[in-house]
Ligand binder design. Structure first.
Ligand code: SF4
Ligand code: SF4
Length: 388
């Protein structure tokens, strides 16, 4: 049986709220039948990426507010959450700067692994990772909505729901200081390799490192291997190709799927929903210190109870979109969006989705169900039918 994926396009078909993306999002939430998923009094984790200093193209607060209202109407108590990537209190400041706070959204914003990134519960994962530390507020929540801003990613090619959970659902470190998210990077990557002959000394690698793990001493590049998370940002921004982080795509994306399965294993069946925003789709992840021009136009919002189905539909829709020439895609002379993330970032984005399907997390066989508008209470059409 095909999995249902609801799809609200970002086009507004009439000059009417009910046909605009926010109105359609309300209807999309109705179709998800939240009372079926959320029990009375359930704490509901709304897992998202809060952005970075300079990276503002995450999900807009108006949609968070609508989701929080719908969760409350279903009897749940929502909280917006992510895990620590930069120091906790600074990350909450980023959320505020991006307009994501309790006043704007109607739900508290908390860090699932605490402000120090060490609140976790160890769970069994799989053959690659063994045991892994799930952020405690996600582990303990009885229900979750995985809200993903879909975009490219330097290591995974693509960042959507699998990555949001597989990396973002883990705590930063355990109490002994062992990285949990970072373990995935360590498994996929060898150590950074620096070519002094190619290096221009621009220091962009130093500026972009979120952990202060890289610097220069007497013009020699020095990496603090204990602190380096092998995230690849420094290598990504190096304009000379002087800094290389070798990567095994199969292992990395396999780890993401396995870790996502471990996070999902902390929920009872049917207690997690997925909403993917195919909006402001840029080449890079929201964890980079910039937001660049999107590489394709806004497409829409997808929602499903099946993580593989929603991710498959996301990649299919993006692959059929028009490329925006004045973007990083245009810079690389990419003319068709088919495999755009592979062309932009050099990694097959479908690996993680196929790995998730192989683990039995869902089905890539899906039916796309359009959500064209929010019906009025009397079932009538738009109040102001000056549509285009
Ligand atoms: S890979 Fe580079 S940017 Fe990432 S933590 Fe290590 S030194 Fe810093
Ligand atoms: S970004 Fe590359 S070229 Fe610039 S200092 Fe770092 S290694 Fe050298």
């Amino acid at each position: 049986m095909k999995s249902t994926v609801y799809f609200a396009t970002m086009r507004a078909d009439h000059w009417d709220y009910n046909y605009a993306p926010v109105g359609k999002f309300e209807e999309l939430l109705t179709r998800l039948d939240l009372p079926r998923v959320i029990g009375a009094g359930d704490y509901v984790a709304v897992k998202m990426h809060l952005g970075s200093p300079g990276a503002f193209r995450t999900i807009r607060p108006v949609f968070l507010r609508k989701l929080a209202e719908a969760i409350r109407a279903a009897g749940g108590l929502p909280f917006i959450t992510d895990t620590v990537r930069i120091p906790g209190l600074e990350y909450l400041e980023v959320a505020k700067a991006n307009g994501i706070n309790e006043l704007s959204t109607g739900a508290p914003v908390i860090l699932a692994d605490g402000i120090f990134g060490r609140d976790l519960v160890m769970v069994e994962s799989g053959p690659i990772l063994g045991r892994i530390g799930v952020a405690s507020a996600i582990h303990d929540a009885p229900a979750m909505v995985v809200l993903s801003h879909c975009k490219g990613h330097i290591g995974a090619g693509y960042g959507g729901a699998v990555k949001n959970l597989g990396m973002g659902g883990l705590a930063f470190r355990d109490r002994s200081g062992v990285p949990q998210r970072g373990r995935i990077h360590f498994l996929m990557n060898a150590e950074l390799a620096w070519d002094a002959e190619k290096c221009s000394g621009c220091r962009q690698c130093v500026d972009v490192c979120p952990h202060g793990s890289i610097g220069f001493t007497d013009e020699i590049l020095v990496i603090d291997q204990k602190e380096c998370a092998r995230c690849g940002r420094c290598s990504r921004v190096c304009p000379e190709g002087a800094l290389v982080l070798p990567q095994n795509d199969e292992v990395f994306q396999g780890c993401l799927a396995e870790s996502a399965q471990a996070v999902l294993g902390t929920f009872a069946a049917g207690k997690v929903l997925y909403i993917n925003f195919l909006t402001e789709i840029q080449a890079e992840c929201d964890c980079m210190p910039v937001a660049d021009t999107p590489v394709v136009p806004d497409i829409g919002i997808l929602a499903s109870g099946d993580i593989v189905a929603v991710e498959s539909a996301t990649l299919d829709l993006i692959s059929r979109a028009q490329v925006i020439n004045d973007s990083r895609a245009g810079d690389k002379n990419i003319t068709r969006a088919e495999n755009i993330f592979q062309a932009l970032n050099g990694h097959d984005p479908g690996l993680q989705v196929r790995a998730a399907a192989a683990l039995g997390l869902g089905s890539s066989d899906y039916e796309l169900v359009p959500v064209t508008h929010k019906p009025k209470p009397d079932g009538s059409g738009p109040a102001n039918p000056f549509g285009h």
